[in-house]
Design a protein around this ligand. Sequence first.
Ligand SMILES: Nc1ncnc2c1ncn2[C@@H]1O[C@H](COP(=O)(O)OP(=O)(O)OP(=O)(O)O)[C@@H](O)[C@H]1O
Length: 219
Amino acid sequence: MTDRTLTPAPLALDGVTIARGEQRLVDRLSLTVAPGEIVTLMGPSGCGKSTLLAWVCGTLAPAFAATGRVRLGDADLTALPPEARHLGILFQDDLLFPHLSVGGNIAFGIPRAVRGRAARRAIVEEALESAGLAGFADRDPATLSGGQRARVSLLRVLVSGPRALLLDEPFSKLDATLKDQFRETVFARARADGLPTLLVTHDPDDAAAAGGRVLTLWS
Ligand SMILES: Nc1ncnc2c1ncn2[C@@H]1O[C@H](COP(=O)(O)OP(=O)(O)OP(=O)(O)O)[C@@H](O)[C@H]1O
């Protein structure tokens, strides 16, 4: 699913400052996340964690001003529109489209360059199989459990061929068992595919499971 012809590359933030008026939410942050590394971002509510991820994605709200650069390997993403950055993003809510089938939701993530119904269908089937959801393509997402919905949202991201993952509390609404399973699934994919990953969370268990560096932002 992730394009294995591309060499995994580090995600580098370089001298990032994000301000809203006089208030600096992020002040000259530099950080390099290696391929397959999961760096956890923590800090009190409102300190700017989601805002930092939005800046990395290229979706920072106009209320903010930002300086600094973001790079993936040799590629400077800073001036690119969000869709040209090839970043995979998961949020607290799974955000599945209710009017599309499970397969339709996953196919939505497949790049337009992949042509033909059969080719797109094969990618969807392979993705579903890899996540223990074989045979789910024609299901209505409303009929899925929370854990199944979470996996479908992950698959939609993975079929897009992301070069890095940005995770904004994607585990926080799942109950304990599902949370452990889904977290392991996401982390295993990040490591196996060599995706540099930034995880925003309030849960120290997430940070422990990520097992890497923890960066704390203060308000
Ligand atoms: N679109 C926006 N326009 C103006 N201000 C915003 C916008 N989005 C967020 N903010 C403000 O920016 C600050 C940082 O918000 P952000 O959501 O990044 O915090 P956070 O650390 O992710 O918080 P939480 O842990 O509660 O999700 C907050 O004061 C918030 O109210």
